[in-house]
Design a protein. Structure first.
Length: 185
């Protein structure tokens, strides 16, 4: 949504630069994607068999590993961001600020653990859908407001806000409704 909206509300040039920054930020959550492929079926099995203590241990260990990976990749992308973005062309260095904003959101994403899978694998998919719908509305609304004012940084702020919202909302839901803490801490 953010890439399409920046193309419509700003320019195709900014959309291209921003899209590259989104892809770079996605590298930070590669560990989350890999871990979720392993943990999702385990979440379902442990929950359905009532092994809550084992499920809690799985969540904590998974979240810690994912957060460590995400932080390591994020540090590399923050420290070397201008150089790495410059590999795409000198104009891409203008997107580094957006990259940093997106990375901050991905750290929150990693720190909250596999909350989306936890909700969908435990029969709480309807609540997850509502939270995701609200996050999508927040994303579109903030993109509409912030892109004309701040360009790529506005798109990054809007997207980061939506990512943080859905992860925190799902974390709170999981903690209250399931009695589980999916965070790395």
């Amino acid at each position: 949504t953010d890439v399409v909206m920046i193309g419509a509300l700003a320019s195709a040039r900014e959309a291209g630069i921003y899209a590259a920054m989104v892809r770079l930020a996605d590298l930070a959550v590669f560990g989350l994607t890999a871990a979720n492929a392993i943990t999702a079926p385990l979440i379902s099995e442990l929950y359905s068999t009532g092994r809550k203590a084992e499920l809690q241990r799985l969540l904590t260990l998974s979240s810690r590993g994912v957060l460590a990976f995400t932080l390591a990749v994020s540090v590399v992308l923050v420290v070397g961001g201008k150089w790495i973005a410059g590999l795409f062309g000198p104009e891409f260095t203008s997107g580094v600020g957006a990259l940093w904003i997106l990375l901050a959101a991905q750290v929150v994403n990693a720190a909250t653990g596999p909350v989306g899978y936890l909700m969908t694998m435990t029969g709480h998919q309807n609540a997850a859908l509502v939270i995701q719908g609200l996050a999508a509305a927040i994303n579109v609304g903030l993109n509409w407001l912030l892109i004309p004012l701040y360009g790529m940084a506005g798109a990054a702020i809007a997207t980061a806000t939506a990512i943080v919202f859905w992860n925190v909302a799902m974390f709170v839901y999981v903690n209250r409704q399931l009695g589980l803490r999916s965070m790395a801490f």
